[in-house]
Design a protein around this ligand. Structure first.
Ligand code: NAP
Length: 277
């Protein structure tokens, strides 16, 4: 039997088991996917014994993403560029490999839901400068975004990202986010605002062109107030659940040898697990 797990501290909230266990059943694989609560001081020991515990690999969630990258013997281009790992696997010699699939997940979902997002190569406005924003900037630049405006409440964090990602990224003040929408082809919310229990994302969409795409990576609720407002004025919207599902694909394929599909049935299954119907 093959096994994988998600490692976090805490880990109870993780949605990864709902996704991977669905696929294990769907593809009739004799496998398991567990939750492993691992304290930061125990991470190195845990990963050192990953194979001995019977695991082919793991997902990594907060607060271990940066440390997992440091502890891996090999990292792919995405993990190195993003500076964090969310997917680990052991090779035939027991060496630990690290990847970051958030960028892949975001871009695959965006390309599927709004294939023409970069049609006019208009500027993209990204809100947020945390770990998720980092992965999104990496993906947008790799896929040819011409210009990215980056706004974050704490401007220093945005400046640090702009330094990492180069001249495609231009930092603007958080207070200027609504004005900056004029002429944009894509707006991405990569903050935690709009998530159940967090604050509201306060942004007036008036200046946003009506043919622009609005993507929110928050997936609880599935239809955030930002997406509802964008939909109401005719913008194409892309929700965060698709990113969550697509980022899980490469790990499952590594551990269990089958490239799984993201289907409407899977989406409904995970949405129900999230309490979103
Ligand atoms: P993070 O590193 O903690 O970053 C949080 C971001 O939200 C920062 O930019 C932060 O700004 C901003 N923020 C938080 N509270 C704010 C407020 N009151 N006003 C303005 N800005 C605020 O988190 P992350 O890992 O990047 O994740 C961000 C969100 O994306 C979370 O809700 C997470 O669940 C979601 N996510 C979804 C997926 C998916 O697959 N759909 C994947 C990863 C993450 P400051 O820098 O000023 O604090």
């Amino acid at each position: 039997m093959k096994s994988a797990c998600v490692i976090g501290w805490p880990v109870e909230h993780s949605r990864s088991p709902a996704i991977h266990r669905y696929w294990l059943k769907r593809y009739r694989i004799d496998g398991a996917y567990e939750k492993e609560k691992v304290a930061p001081e125990d991470l190195a020991r845990f990963l050192g014994a990953l194979g001995a515990r019977g695991y082919a690999g793991a997902n990594v969630t907060l607060p271990h993403k940066e440390a997992a990258l440091r502890l891996a013997a090999f990292a792919d281009e995405a993990a190195s560029a993003i500076g964090a790992a969310n997917t680990l696997w052991l090779d035939g010699e027991g060496k630990l490999h690290a990847s970051n699939t958030d960028s892949y997940g975001f871009m695959t979902n965006l390309n599927e839901a709004a294939p023409h997002w970069n049609g006019g190569r208009r500027p993209v406005l990204v809100l947020g400068a945390g770990g998720a924003a980092r992965a999104i900037l990496h993906g947008l630049i790799a896929q040819g975004a011409a210009s990215i405006l980056l706004a974050n409440r704490t401007r220093d964090r945005a400046e640090a990202l702009a330094k990492t990602f180069g001249p495609t990224v231009r930092v603007i003040d958080w207070a200027d986010r609504a004005r900056a929408l004029a002429g944009c082809g894509l707006l991405v919310n990569a903050t935690s605002l709009g998530m159940t229990g967090k604050g509201d994302l306060d942004i007036d969409l008036k200046a946003l062109p009506s043919d622009a795409v609005v993507a929110d990576i928050v997936y609880s609720p599935l239809e955030t107030p930002l997406l509802a407002a964008a939909r109401a004025r005719g913008n194409r919207v892309v929700d965060g659940l698709g990113m969550l599902l697509h980022q899980a694909v490469p790990g499952f394929e590594r551990w269990f040898g089958v490239r799984p599909e993201v289907t409407p049935e899977l989406k409904a299954h995970v949405a129900a697990a999230l309490g979103g119907g």
